[in-house]
Design a protein around this ligand. Structure first.
Ligand SMILES: NC(=O)c1ccc[n+]([C@@H]2O[C@H](COP(=O)([O-])OP(=O)(O)OC[C@H]3O[C@@H](n4cnc5c(N)ncnc54)[C@H](OP(=O)(O)O)[C@@H]3O)[C@@H](O)[C@H]2O)c1
Length: 251
């Protein structure tokens, strides 16, 4: 069977998979939520925007004759991942998740784990601190409940509206970041605490390594819990999975 993939993207892993898929001339579409203003150019066709919940995704899978769905979204994109499991159960389209293992603390790490964004906000109660808040722009409003802190923000796009944090500094960059660079940044802004999602992977871990090097604590937000699904951690494992599930990759 000649495959026709839908890849749910928004991550470095999705982009790496798209390159491998393009190199093998496999039919595929890469889907973005549309959160980033200028997505990076991709070597396969791209569609942008939500599907309209589980039913919308199921309709898309059927209408576009999708044979395999690869969920390569960020580990915190829980709604999209839950919708993917449900829509694949309805349509019978095989699903694999391309996801990275979570980070685990290393010697020298001083992590305080919290279950979610609300837990991180609650853990920030107390006297003013200088906080590196690297959780993405969608969650900044929640931190307005702890306005006593200075917040160093790093965002992919310039903020479209006023940030509701009275004392903050915004950096706009999509990386890549290095431990040395983030260490210098934390030192320059006299940061005494970092807040991070447990994203896993290499792209976002510079700040965690920098915090360890500086002996700074990290409020580490645990991943959302997802339903059971088949998971792999590299693009090559996705190609293996395709072959095992009956796809003819033409090689
Ligand atoms: N959450 C993070 O920390 C984070 C970090 C880096 C990158 N990202 C990327 O940003 C995107 C959105 O993240 P999120 O946390 O807002 O996800 P989410 O809460 O799980 O998704 C909310 C809704 O956005 C739409 N959506 C999400 N990902 C999509 C995709 N790849 N293609 C089409 N529609 C998508 C879906 O709308 P419908 O229900 O209408 O289909 C989904 O129900 C994801 O693609 C993710 O990989 C997220």
């Amino acid at each position: 069977m000649r495959p026709n993939l839908l890849i749910l993207g928004g991550t470095t892993e999705a982009t790496a998979l798209a390159a491998k898929i393009a190199a093998r001339s496999i039919d595929a579409t890469l889907s973005f939520a549309g959160r980033v203003e200028r997505p990076k150019p991709q070597p396969i066709p791209v569609r942008i925007g939500g599907f309209g919940g589980i039913d919308g995704l199921a309709d898309f899978l059927t209408a576009q004759r999708i044979t395999h769905l690869v969920d390569a979204t960020h580990p915190f994109a829980a709604q999209m991942s839950r919708n993917a499991v449900a829509a694949c159960a309805t349509t019978g389209v095989p699903l694999v998740a391309l996801t990275r293992p979570p980070w685990t603390p290393q010697p020298g790490d001083d992590w305080r784990r919290v279950p979610d964004i609300a837990g991180a906000v609650a853990a920030l109660a107390g006297p003013p601190r200088r906080v590196m808040l690297a959780v993405g722009r969608m969650h900044l409003d929640a931190f307005a409940a702890q306005p006593q802190h200075f917040y160093l923000l790093r965002l992919v796009d310039p903020p479209a509206r006023a940030i509701p944090l009275p004392d903050h500094h915004t950096l706009v960059s999509r990386g890549p970041f290095t431990e040395a660079g983030d260490r210098a940044l934390m030192w320059q802004h006299r940061i005494d605490l970092a807040v991070s999602k447990n994203a896993g992977g290499t792209g976002a871990r510079a700040k965690i390594d920098a915090a360890r090097a500086l002996g700074l604590p990290v409020l580490m937000i645990d991943r959302p819990t997802l339903l059971e699904r088949h998971e792999v951690s590299t693009p090559d494992q996705v190609l293996d999975w395709l072959t095992h599930s009956g796809a003819d990759l033409g090689v």
